[in-house]
Design a protein around this ligand. Structure first.
Ligand code: HEC
Length: 219
């Protein structure tokens, strides 16, 4: 008799303990239902059957093709262009249209510093830290890489490249230069271009006094 009672109690005890582990998502005993079940309606939640919309959904799904604006969502910046599709195809017409694109990033010290940092990592190995096409990759193996000073950013031809065209080049590459679209996002590339343009502007300012551009720069 006494043994049966102990057995029954033990069995009940086991059931109580194991029942806690049956469904990890089950809250078990709810002594404060308000805490377990949020009163707030989650986005796109239809379980609460609110009367906000006729179908019970708590919010409308975005219109097809909507691009997230995400202002300040990442790195505390305006990331307005990060999700925008690149509309120019990799064609001569695409390049022509791309030339008019303007840098959407604000010209400020923070963006410029980041552009410089990224340039020195991603571009300087070929283009050189000063943009003179004399980076370590360019100089290696006795100039084995098809890059020469003709590709310096300071030739007349390259000084005339617009920032929109530069962006197009980072998107699709140019001859032996590959695309940087997967290494750097759009905003990073625009920051790099901001820095390249600042190097060019500095060069132009320094050479403005010497009326005509130097012959050796136009090779
Ligand atoms: C692997 C070496 C290499 C790297 C790294 C590289 N480039 Fe280039 N880039 C080249 C070569 C080579 C050319 C010249 C292509 C041609 O005209 O034949 C070029 C051309 C350019 C041009 C056009 C000017 C010109 O001389 O034709 C721009 C602008 C440019 N690169 C920007 C960048 C930027 C910005 C980065 C970094 C995100 C970068 N490049 C990284 C090799 C490189």
């Amino acid at each position: 008799m006494k043994k049966t009672t102990i057995f029954t109690l033990a069995a009940l005890g086991m059931m109580t303990i194991t029942s806690c582990f049956r469904d990890p998502k089950h809250p078990g005993l709810e002594y404060m239902p308000d805490m377990a079940h949020s009163v707030a309606v989650e986005t796109y939640d239809e379980s609460k059957n609110t009367d906000i919309y006729a179908d019970g959904l708590s919010a409308r799904t975005p219109i097809h093709g909507t691009i997230p604006f995400a202002q300040g969502a990442l790195f505390g910046e305006t990331r307005h262009s990060a999700y925008m599709p690149y509309h120019h195809p990799n064609t001569p017409e695409g390049l022509e249209a791309a030339k008019a694109d303007l840098n959407p990033m604000e010209l400020n010290e923070v963006n410029m510093a980041e552009g410089k940092r990224l340039f020195n990592i991603y571009c300087a190995p070929c283009h050189g830290e000063e943009g003179k096409a004399n980076g370590s990759v360019t100089l290696a193996n006795n100039h084995a890489f098809p890059m020469s000073e003709a590709f310096s950013y300071f030739t007349d031809v390259n000084l005339a490249i617009t920032e929109g065209e530069m962006f197009y080049i980072t998107q699709y590459g140019k001859n032996s230069m590959g695309s940087y679209a997967t290494q750097l996002n759009r905003e990073e590339r625009w920051k790099v271009i901001m820095y390249v343009k600042s190097m060019q502007a500095k060069f132009k300012a320094e050479n403005a006094t010497a009326s005509a551009p130097k012959a050796e720069e136009t090779k």
